[in-house]
Design a protein around this ligand. Structure first.
Ligand code: SF4
Length: 54
């Protein structure tokens, strides 16, 4: 998998500033609107670190 830099500090898959997931899914944040800027997208693979510690 290509190296993916990610700054979502609270994600289980983040190590340093890179994503270590085997694959990721990215989706539009609002399905009904045009995606035009980076903020219009979100990582669907995100898992909060605190959720994994339970
Ligand atoms: S799964 Fe998504 S949010 Fe988590 S480190 Fe990878 S790219 Fe970032």
């Amino acid at each position: 998998m290509p190296r993916i830099k990610c700054s979502v500090d609270q994600c289980l898959y983040q190590e340093g500033n890179e994503c270590k997931a085997s694959s990721i899914q990215v989706r539009p944040t609002l399905m009904d609107h045009m995606t035009t800027v980076p903020d219009d997208t979100a990582c669907d693979t995100f898992i909060p670190r605190h959720a994994a510690k339970k």
